[in-house]
Design a binder for this molecule. Structure first.
Ligand SMILES: [Zn+2]
Ligand SMILES: [Zn+2]
Ligand SMILES: [Zn+2]
Length: 82
């Protein structure tokens, strides 16, 4: 099972909440994922942008960044996250 990627409350604040974490498009729609090693243990709760250990907000991908098999890519290392 892939781990959902998270943002801390400052990186995911306001309009940044729906920003695509890959291309910065403001229309994030789909949950970004982490592979088993990037989302292991306490890293699962780490903000993928700044490394803050208190990730709370789901990190999103826009439609083009999560198209097809890209939806199963780890946002951190690009590995398979499904
Ligand atoms: Zn994108
Ligand atoms: Zn952050
Ligand atoms: Zn990874």
């Amino acid at each position: 099972m892939a781990t959902p990627a998270l943002l801390c409350s400052s990186c995911g604040f306001g309009s940044d909440e729906t920003r695509c974490v890959k291309c910065e498009s403001p229309f994030g729609k789909n949950q970004a994922k982490l592979c088993d090693s990037c989302g292991f243990g306490s890293d699962a709760e780490r903000c993928i942008k700044c490394g803050d250990p208190f990730g709370k907000v789901p990190a999103l991908l826009c439609e083009s960044c999560s198209f097809g098999s890209a939806a199963d890519d780890c946002v951190k290392c690009g590995g398979w996250a499904s």
